[in-house]
Design a protein around this ligand. Structure first.
Ligand code: AMP
Length: 216
């Protein structure tokens, strides 16, 4: 039986979101992307979205209390009963600790942590060319996987756009935030014995196969 409670860890642009979608289809568990949930709140101008937007546009992390509350709430949903894929959470020591205690209280600890790595130049190139569908979240890349139907999503007909924070200046800030706040969590995950490192520069398919091996 493969692991069904996963954390996908790694820098922005390494492919966590793409792999999370494939793993969700494979495992039939909930996909919890804090970035997607925050963007949806920004789009709908909810209180959370209004509070988060400035941080996101500047490439900074959204304050812990806001993100922790949203994950806590999301984990209560029915679709998390069979498992979950955390994509982009935890990203700070505070989030790590809170997640640990939340899951311990539920009796559903994380079973595997997949760490995707890639050099900064690769991440910047991937992020700067990344395009997304506003409606279904499908991702494209202007060079590697262009949308065949232009600005209209191939999958759902929604508008294909560039995320406000996917520009080179903001990417540099996001990578700095990752190094300062998130990378230190790696040694903690290493100590748990749950961590598997996967080379994020490989093709999407190769990364997926490596992920399947890591959770099997
Ligand atoms: P992502 O889609 O994962 O690249 O996240 C986009 C942006 O959302 C980040 O640059 C942060 O501003 C915010 N964000 C997403 N997840 C978190 C998190 N776990 N903690 C703080 N901010 C987050």
């Amino acid at each position: 039986m493969p692991s069904r409670r996963l954390v996908l860890f790694g820098p922005p642009g390494v492919g966590k979101g793409t792999q999370a979608v494939r793993l969700r289809e494979e495992l039939c568990v909930a996909h919890i992307s804090t970035g997607d949930i925050l963007r949806d709140n920004v789009k709908r101008s909810t209180d959370l979205g209004v509070q988060a937007k400035g941080f996101m546009d500047a490439g900074k992390l959204v304050p812990d209390d806001l993100v922790i509350a949203l994950v806590e709430d999301r984990l209560k949903a029915d679709d998390c009963k069979e498992g979950f894929i955390l994509d982009g959470f935890p990203r700070t020591a505070e989030q790590y600790d809170k997640l640990d205690s939340m899951l311990e209280a539920r009796g559903t600890p994380v079973e595997a942590v997949l760490y995707f790595s890639a050099p900064d130049e690769t991440l910047v190139r991937r992020i700067a060319g990344r395009r997304m569908c506003r409606d279904c979240g499908a991702t494209y890349h202007v060079d590697y996987s262009p949308c065949k139907t232009g600005d209209t999503c191939e999958k759902c007909g929604g508008e294909v756009y560039q995320r406000a924070d996917d520009n080179e200046a903001t990417v540099a800030k996001r990578l700095q935030e990752y190094q300062a706040m998130s990378a230190p969590l790696l040694s903690r995950y290493q100590e748990t014995g749950l961590l598997a490192e996967i080379d994020g520069t490989l093709s999407q398919e190769e990364v997926f196969q490596a992920a399947l091996v890591a959770i099997s």
